[in-house]
Design a protein around this ligand. Structure first.
Ligand SMILES: Cc1cc2nc3c(=O)[nH]c(=O)nc-3n(C[C@H](O)[C@H](O)[C@H](O)COP(=O)(O)OP(=O)(O)OC[C@H]3O[C@@H](n4cnc5c(N)ncnc54)[C@H](O)[C@@H]3O)c2cc1C
Length: 314
């Protein structure tokens, strides 16, 4: 089979995700413009191969057996200021590069997401969140490509139907090519404060959470209707609360994967863990929460390349 120059065969994915585990991609493409992106889709369709999109793999657990078909990691890295307050960034731009670019141009807002790994594409997909801040508060529009036809459309914020950990992209066959964000133009001095806040958020995050060999929160928080426990009249939706109560933090371990000592909802690869080790830890976490509280944690992390979903769904 003749491959376009930007598609390679049998490429390891262990160094392309934050857990640092997983097997190889059967095919791997890094399109650097829309034309190459569409050629990559055509290649996969012509050879009847499934397609998987990957950003920085910061919210992903890749099967030890690897990923069948074509894995696309968009190499779309342009950032453009459209007018005083609007900035467009390609799907492959990392959030931190975008934040730094904005601060360099006295544009503030996105620094609330400082220190969170990931690309613009993956962050729009999940609707990146930190405390009360959601990426959807800033997104104005985006270009998305249809997964089958390759047609590119320009869509606005409402098209995404954003929710907590959710967007249209979970349900509709589109890939993000770029996104445009509305920020606030400020003076030099106000921007200096925003830089300080950015540095403080990173300091705070580093003290509270593991910053590598993890996917961040493994399970999503519960929806209010899924839990009955309340504190001060508020539903206890934080999955870490329940995991903490059980005492898994820094204690539950399988092979070389364990629950972080810093955060009860973060699993870390302590050295050369396999994906199976991580799955086994996650299964035990689910089982313990179900046994103790009667509720089943569900993944926030995207599991990729598995023939059968290896965790409990109910
Ligand atoms: C240490 C650490 C801390 C974290 N803290 C937070 C946090 O505070 N808040 C938070 O919300 N998240 C957090 N995360 C999770 C992660 O940073 C985000 O989910 C991030 O947006 C993932 O981006 P990514 O590019 O790596 O996506 P990936 O993990 O590569 O992909 C995630 C999903 O997005 C899809 N996707 C990727 N690119 C595109 C595209 N162009 N078009 C359509 N779909 C696409 C993928 O197919 C996949 O389903 C953390 C992760 C780590 C490792």
């Amino acid at each position: 089979m003749r491959l376009p120059s930007f598609i390679q065969e049998n490429i390891p994915l262990g160094d392309k995700n934050w857990f640092g585990t997983g097997g190889n991609a059967q095919y791997f493409a890094t399109p650097k413009n829309h034309d190459e992106f569409s050629q990559a889709l055509n290649f996969a369709h012509a050879h009847k191969r499934p397609i998987t999109l990957i950003g920085q793999g910061a919210n992903m657990l890749i099967s030890d057996d690897g990923v069948e078909g074509l894995v696309i990691q968009p190499n779309l890295n342009n950032i453009t200021i459209i007018d005083d307050q609007l900035v467009t960034a390609g799907a492959g731009v990392t959030m931190q590069d975008l934040i730094n670019f904005c601060l360099d141009h006295n544009l503030i807002g996105l620094e609330e997401f400082s220190g969170i790994p990931g690309t613009v594409g993956g962050s729009v997909f999940i609707n990146l969140h930190y405390f009360q801040f959601l990426l959807s508060h800033f997104l104005v529009s985006a270009h998305v490509m249809h997964q089958q036809t390759g047609e590119i459309i320009n869509v606005d914020n409402t098209w995404f139907n954003f929710g907590y950990n959710d967007s249209t992209l979970h349900h509709k066959p589109y890939y993000v090519l770029d996104a445009t964000f509305k920020l606030t133009k400020v003076s030099e001095i106000e921007c200096a404060y925003a830089r300080g806040r950015s540095a403080e958020i990173i300091r705070h995050r580093t003290a509270r959470y593991p910053s590598k060999n993890t996917c961040g929160s493994f399970f999503r928080n519960f929806h209010a209707h899924e839990v009955s426990l309340e504190s001060n009249g508020k539903k206890m939706i934080h999955v870490a609360y329940y995991l903490d109560k059980i005492g898994v933090k820094g204690a539950l371990k399988v092979g070389n994967a364990m629950v972080s000592w810093q955060h009860a909802n973060m699993i870390v690869n302590c050295g050369n863990a396999t994906t199976q080790d991580i799955v086994d830890v996650a299964r035990k976490m689910q089982k313990l929460v179900k046994e103790h509280f009667g509720i089943m944690p569900q993944t926030e992390c995207r599991l990729v390349g598995f023939k059968h979903f290896p965790l409990k769904t109910e």
